[in-house]
Design a protein around this ligand. Structure first.
Ligand code: 2P0
Length: 325
């Protein structure tokens, strides 16, 4: 009763920002992402009748009780689905640099959902896997698929219509995401907490919900038409709108630091000089730059000159989940 799987992280092009159900991880809005080639998690799960508790090892180290409890509550859903009440040993190797502003929860729960369901004997399609991964971390629902992906919010209270679907495969359109790591001072507010506070207190949240519906239509059309300019504009504007909601929260908060703004301004200057580059920012201070392959070297060179830039990780579109032997 053992299986292993690999899943890649993803970057949201149109952001997931807010839940309508926190237990089932049902979002208030649909989101669109690009799965990335460079950063991934490999996880093996072995259900074992000899075990009387789950054992979770992360990068070779046994995880503490709190981390293990999160894995246990996620596996409980899979145990209920399968009708088997066995505990498991979970070995997870994370190849995701958290300092670069990528959460390992997307690739982590996508890999765990894939390996655990196979190990316990469930034969599920990708849509079902996406629904299960979602219940570990929302963005994990998108990491089941490669390339350009939409996580549809669904309407039902039980989440049965809430899963991700591919829009365009990773081979179909080669774009680059440059993950720009900047020097940081403060500890960030976790995205889970940040989105909750925003939903509950920000008067700008209703504006976000209205705007994101239009951004989704534009982004979907831009991806299907491989229209880079159209996609870049909507990606950048959508990220700014998400971050604007946090300024209206109570208490207010912002993920940006001065280094973040320096990178944003450099990207806008590059664009004014004729280089096609657009930014997006997640729940942290780092910036991701979207560009065409032919502009990658030029943009990396320019951004590297900023003293606040620590490192740039160039990424390409990446694949969906795979099983490992
Ligand atoms: C996203 N983020 O679409 C958005 C944009 C951050 C900003 O998904 O609570 O770790 O586990 O569902 O998926 C990060 O939040 O949150 C995230 P939970 P998650 O990528």
């Amino acid at each position: 009763m053992k299986a292993a799987a690999k899943a890649h992280t993803n970057i949201a092009l149109i952001k997931y920002w807010g839940k309508r159900d926190e237990q089932l991880f049902l979002p208030t809005n649909s989101s669109i992402s690009l799965t990335l080639d460079k950063f991934y998690t490999e996880t093996s799960v072995a259900f074992d009748p000899e075990l009387d508790t789950d054992q979770f090892f992360l990068n070779g180290q046994q995880a503490d009780q709190k981390e293990t409890a999160k894995i246990t509550s996620f596996l409980d859903r899979i145990r209920i689905m399968s009708g088997k009440s066995l505990y498991a040993k979970i070995d997870s190797e994370n190849h995701v640099p958290t300092a670069a502003g990528f959460a390992s929860s997307a690739s982590g729960f996508a890999a765990l959902a894939t390996a655990a369901t196979k190990a316990i004997g469930l034969d599920l399609d990708d849509r079902k896997l996406s629904q299960i991964a979602r219940q570990g971390s929302g963005s994990a629902s998108r990491s089941i698929f490669g390339g350009y992906v939409e996580w549809q919010k669904g309407e039902k209270n039980d989440g049965s219509d809430c899963y991700a679907l591919p829009i365009l495969g990773e081979q179909a359109w080669d774009l680059r995401i440059l993950s720009v790591e900047v020097t940081t001072k403060e500890k960030k507010i976790l995205s889970r907490e940040g989105m909750k506070r925003t939903v509950e207190t920000s008067p700008f949240y209703s504006g976000w919900l209205e705007a994101v519906e239009k951004d989704l239509i534009t982004a979907r059309a831009a991806i299907k038409a491989t229209d880079f300019e159209k996609l870049g504009h909507v990606v950048e504007a959508n990220a700014l709108k998400m971050h604007a909601t946090t300024l209206g929260a109570n208490p207010p908060f912002m993920y940006w630091q001065s280094a973040t703004v320096e990178v944003l301004q450099e990207v806008q200057e590059l664009r004014a000089s004729g280089v096609e580059a657009y930014f997006t920012i997640d729940a942290g201070p780092n910036v991701k730059v979207l560009c065409k392959p032919e502009d990658e070297a030029k943009i990396m060179e320019k951004l590297s000159l900023l003293p606040v830039v620590r490192e740039i990780h160039p990424c390409r579109p990446g694949p969906g989940i795979s099983y490992l032997s």
